[in-house]
Design a protein around this ligand. Structure first.
Ligand code: C2E
Ligand code: MG
Ligand code: MG
Ligand code: MG
Length: 292
């Protein structure tokens, strides 16, 4: 199937699988099952958010979480975003899905607030396509006010390519979000390309070191040097650094020694269903057992 082959050739990015000819038919069938069901998924209430804690290294306090979308597909079961986000972007569904994410994230923050749990910043991922929508900030404001929240409850994650897109609309949107009090985080930092002057201009609050630089520290000397450089640069520009994908205590110890501020990764917790995350938040502290 030529379309499927094209699709695969295009999707060699970090969020895709590697396909081999033997898998091609299976993946092509899966894409069909995804495309045909995607338009009904919102109405059928098949999306949900999982929450992964972000922990302050110095204290072990859970100070934030990232909301990560899942799709409970009628025939394929629970799907992670790598399986459907790209299709949703190509088919233009991402804007509606993204609005659902905004609404659900705000509703969840309000639930935690009503339970009297520690206030955390909830990070949401926004696609570049959402940034081209004129009503993005209005949607954010509406979802916040409907739930009685102020903008500082939200942490907006964008990739370098969004920040680097010099479109006036993007600059405007980011400035309005910051004026609302939302935090701005640069996701997957180091995998795209961004000029340092842009970082300065947008005054991002956080840089998230991509998992690809974290997974082989401290044994890989290049990755170790890159992680260290990102941490130093962020400190000098008054940004916080979040290390993504921390899985081992060796990584944790290295990052702690380098002065990394926050950690997110399987070492602490996988992305969790709301109820499980709520129980974790009630405890408030999350530290790896053997950390130095
Ligand atoms: P991301 O924003 O960089 O999110 C981090 C990803 O790394 C998540 O994958 C998370 O589960 C995974 N991760 C966290 N810690 C570890 C670890 O220790 N080891 C490993 N191996 N993985 C770890 P997930 O949930 O599959 O999401 C993948 C990507 O999908 C996200 O990458 C983000 O770009 C996108 N995404 C997720 N939710 C949304 C959404 O609501 N809207 C949009 N537009 N994109 C989303
Ligand atoms: Mg993210
Ligand atoms: Mg990331
Ligand atoms: Mg990523």
């Amino acid at each position: 199937n030529a379309d499927a082959a094209m699709y695969h050739a295009k999707s060699s990015g970090r969020n895709s699988f590697k396909f081999y000819t033997s898998d091609l038919n299976a993946r092509a069938r899966e894409i069909l099952a995804i495309e045909s069901q995607l338009r009904f998924a919102l109405d059928r209430n098949e999306f949900l958010l999982h929450y992964q804690p972000q922990v302050e290294m110095a204290s072990g306090r859970i100070v934030g979480a990232e909301a990560l979308i899942r799709w409970n597909h009628p025939t394929l079961g629970m799907l992670g975003p790598a399986r459907f986000i790209e299709v949703a972007e190509e088919r233009g569904f991402i804007v509606q899905i993204g609005n659902w994410v905004i609404a659900e994230a705000c509703a969840q923050i309000a639930r935690w607030k009503s339970l009297g749990l520690p206030q955390i910043g909830l990070a949401i991922n926004l696609s570049a396509l959402q940034f081209r929508q004129k009503d993005l900030t209005a949607n954010l404001e509406e979802a916040l006010s409907r739930n009685g929240l102020s903008g500082d409850s939200l942490d907006i994650e964008v990739t370098e390519s969004v920040v680097m897109e010099d479109a006036e609309a993007t600059v405007d949107t980011i400035e309005r979000m910051k004026a609302m009090g939302a935090q701005l985080s640069i996701d997957d930092f180091g995998t795209g390309y961004s000029s340092l002057s842009y970082l300065k201009r947008f005054k991002a609050d956080k840089l998230k070191i991509d998992r690809s630089f974290v997974q082989d520290i401290p044994s890989d000397l290049d990755d170790t040097a890159i992680a260290r450089a990102i941490i130093n640069m962020a400190q000098n520009l008054n940004m916080k650094v979040v290390a993504e994908g921390v899985e081992t205590v060796e990584q944790w110890n290295f990052l702690a020694a380098e002065g990394c501020d926050l950690v997110q990764g399987y070492l602490l917790a996988k992305p969790l269903p709301a109820e499980e995350f709520t129980a974790l938040l009630a405890r408030g502290i999350l530290l790896p057992p053997d950390a130095l």
